[in-house]
Design a protein around this ligand. Sequence first.
Ligand code: ADP
Length: 289
Amino acid sequence: MELKLEGITKSYNKGKTYAVNDFHADFTPGVYGLLGPNGAGKSTLMNMITENLDADSGSITLDGASIKKMGTAYRSLLGYMPQQQGVYDDFTGEKFLWYMAALKGLGRKDTKETIERILAVVNLQGDRYKKLKSYSGGMKQRILIAQALLNDPKILIMDEPTAGLDPKERIRIRNFISDISKDKIVLLATHVVSDVESISKEILIMKSGRVVRQGTPQELLLEMEHKVFEALVTPKERKEYEGASFKIANVVLTADKVCLRVVSDIRPDIGEVHEVRPNLEDVYLYFVE
Ligand code: ADP
């Protein structure tokens, strides 16, 4: 299965804002992390992939067939998890799933079994009769994932699936996505690097509507070799770094000095400097900030 996007472009304000600009990608089964700051164009891109929005130009094909021509055959393969909204607060978890199944046009007979199975997958059987407004953030995210899985989608699009979660819930949801991603194309948009670094087969870094970097986490890390340093500096030297507009990934205060994590093409020479191994936060900072 291959979902191919070629030259996808979408502008607003009569071409003044390019939300997505000449986007190309080839997606095959596995998790893709779509990483970018707010306003990078992630939601707009996902809205075009899910056919909620038309592109100005470019094409999207699935195994060579235009998704526009495929119509409902394409949409039946899609699962979409939008960002959390409080619209269905008075529904119980189970009623919400029945409602979403009806919207997706799923038959009543199969839906009962499907809901049982999916409630087990997202570990919400015990909370099915509680109203959504009483759910915790993690439970809400899981019920939103559950509705996206009702039609056993082959293409799963997730917008900030860990937004608003505490660190423990974040890890749980992340592992959970990794578990269900077998044989599916999963596109996961986030601005949080740790959401995608361990589970993605590829990461696409977006900025101002464009992909600025794409690759496996290993490839991206390799590109950053010899570009990340730790500098132990005095407060005065720290000001020199800030004044010279170095990219500072982290600041740790020690007893009398400050340890800066610096991302730079050239080895800085202020303070006691040594090279360190890059991580994906450094990659993100390098390409996005
Ligand atoms: P992200 O999901 O990465 O935060 P978005 O796709 O929401 O980014 O937004 C990308 C850009 O397009 C932003 O500059 C945003 O202001 C603009 N934009 C998004 N939707 C609209 C809209 N309906 N009308 C005008 N501008 C929009």
